[in-house]
Design a binder for this molecule. Structure first.
Ligand code: COA
Length: 261
């Protein structure tokens, strides 16, 4: 287990669990926590033996209750820009790593916490979890990607309503609007996230990585160009051992073992 001061990374085979460990402050994100998360995901991405899926969760009763308000209170505009840039770099890193990242939202995911979860590929939440972008209550806007990723995840109208009101919603409300994929009893949340991570890890890793890359890049460009990216990724996979192993196993009615080559 890799341990930083505020983040732990446990690796179990092809699946890593990254846990934010600042429970006394409900895992609020200050510059140190953001830097440690960035280092943790950077190390996972650079590993010679890469993971095939990761879970991001929080210790204690919160996922992340937001950016650290006490630390933000006296920031100058320049310092605030640096802090937002660091948050955006973390979001882009999580979004861009070659393996899927599942947010296991175990409690409050507010402000920067909701934004961090939105940078993950999808979200599972515990019953009782609360999500929202309450920044307008503090006289600011979301600064770690919330205005953009929330809109893309749940649609512009719902994102606008949540961000303009600052309303905090339940896990069930988040499920109904597509912000989270599933809601589980708190005691089961990590096990369910792990089941999905293991299922993903058993699939062709180059294929999963290509799907993640194409869906992410495709969101930012027009449909014909995005479909061209897909066709190129589809073609490139026919040069891999995984494609041969996967199709051979189907034809022979056996189970493929994927090597990521
Ligand atoms: N930044 C800094 N510290 C935070 C924090 C944040 N976003 N959220 C919680 N904390 C700290 C509290 O100040 C408190 O610290 P203390 O024990 O030293 O006083 C500790 O975490 C526990 O929080 P507390 O408020 O006592 O817990 P609660 O269960 O009564 O309330 C919340 C939980 C989430 C409703 C409440 O903490 C809250 O409103 N937090 C801020 C949410 C927010 O606006 N986030 C967006 C920021 S951009």
């Amino acid at each position: 287990m890799d341990t930083h001061q505020f983040v732990t990374v446990e690796r179990d085979g092809a699946v890593a669990t990254v846990t934010i460990q600042r429970p006394d402050k409900l895992n609020a994100l200050d510059a140190r926590v953001v830097a440690e998360l960035t280092a943790a995901f950077g190390a996972l991405a650079a590993s010679a033996d890469p993971v095939r899926a990761a879970i991001l969760t929080g210790a204690g009763k919160a996922f992340v209750a937001g950016a650290d308000i006490a630390a933000m209170a006296s920031l100058s505009p320049l310092e605030a820009k640096r802090f937002a840039d660091a948050g955006h770099a973390l979001g882009a890193l999580i979004e861009g790593v070659s393996f899927p990242v599942i947010a296991a939202v175990n409690g409050f995911a507010l402000g920067g916490g909701c934004e961090l979860a939105l940078a993950c590929d999808f979200i599972y939440a515990a019953e009782g979890a609360k999500l929202g972008q309450p920044e307008v209550n503090l006289g600011i806007v979301p600064g770690f990607g919330g205005t953009q990723r929330l809109m893309r995840r749940v649609g512009a109208a719902r994102a606008r309503e949540l961000i303009y009101t600052g309303d905090i919603i339940t896990a069930e409300q988040a499920l109904a609007m597509g912000l989270v994929n599933a809601v589980y009893p708190a005691a089961e949340l990590l096990a369910r996230a792990r089941d999905t991570a293991l299922k993903i890890a058993s699939r062709g890793p180059l294929a999963v990585a290509a799907a993640k890359r194409v869906m992410l890049r495709g969101e930012a460009i027009d449909l014909p160009a995005a479909c061209e990216l897909e066709a190129q990724a589809f073609a490139a996979l026919f040069g891999t051992e995984d494609q041969r192993a996967g199709m051979k196993a189907f034809v022979e009615k056996t189970k493929a073992t994927f090597t990521g080559k």
